[in-house]
Write a protein that binds this ligand. Structure first.
Ligand SMILES: [Zn+2]
Length: 164
C-alpha cells in the first residue's frame, strides 16, 4: 500500500467521494484489491457507526427536521447531476428546453461553487455570512493566508471581517 495515512485517505474520501479516492489510489499504485480493506480501516477509524447505523441516523434526522438530511458531498453530487441533466437536455434537442437560457453557463457556475471560499466557510466552517468589509481588503478575497501573507485586521484575506 502507498504511504497514505488514514487521515489523508479519509479526507480525500470525504471531500471527493469514493470514486475519486479510487483514482488517487490507482495513481499512487495501490492495488484495487486492497481498497476494500483500506476503506473499511478508514471507516472504522473515523466513525464508531456502521453504515446501516449511519443510514438509520440520517433517516431519524430527516424525520426530525422534516427535511432531507445527508452528507454535503451527496448534496453537491446531486446538484451536479441536475446541472448535467439540464446541459444534456439542451444539447440533445433543438426544441426549446427548460434551462436553455443558462445551460452554457452551468459548467462555469459549478466550478466557481467548487472553488468558493465563501461557500467553504459557510458550509464547512459553519460561519455566518460576514457583513463588514475589511478596511484593507475591502470585500475582495486576496489569496490564502500563510506566514508572510496575513491581514492585520483578521479578515483571513477573505476581504470580510469576522463577527461574533
Ligand atoms: Zn483584510
Amino acid at each position: 500500500m502507498a504511504n497514505l495515512t488514514l487521515t489523508e485517505l479519509a479526507t480525500i474520501e470525504n471531500v471527493l467521494g469514493e470514486p475519486a479516492v479510487r483514482e488517487v489510489l490507482q495513481a499512487r499504485g495501490v492495488k484495487l484489491d486492497d481498497l476494500g480493506q483500506v476503506f473499511e480501516l478508514a471507516r472504522k477509524e473515523l466513525s464508531p457507526l456502521t453504515k446501516p447505523q449511519a443510514e438509520e441516523m440520517l433517516q431519524r434526522l430527516t424525520r426530525h427536521f422534516r427535511d432531507p438530511v445527508m452528507p454535503l458531498t451527496k448534496f453537491c453530487k446531486t446538484m451536479q447531476t441536475w446541472a448535467h441533466c439540464i446541459q444534456d437536455s439542451v444539447q440533445e434537442s433543438t426544441d426549446y428546453q427548460h434551462g436553455q437560457a443558462y445551460a452554457d453557463h452551468l459548467g462555469h457556475i459549478l466550478m466557481d461553487i467548487e472553488k468558493s471560499n465563501l461557500l467553504a466557510r459557510l458550509f464547512y466552517g459553519q460561519e455566518k455570512l460576514r457583513t463588514k468589509k475589511c478596511p484593507v481588503h475591502n470585500g475582495h478575497w486576496s489569496g490564502i493566508e500563510h506566514d508572510g501573507n496575513t491581514c492585520s485586521h483578521g479578515c483571513e484575506l477573505t476581504g470580510w471581517l469576522k463577527e461574533g
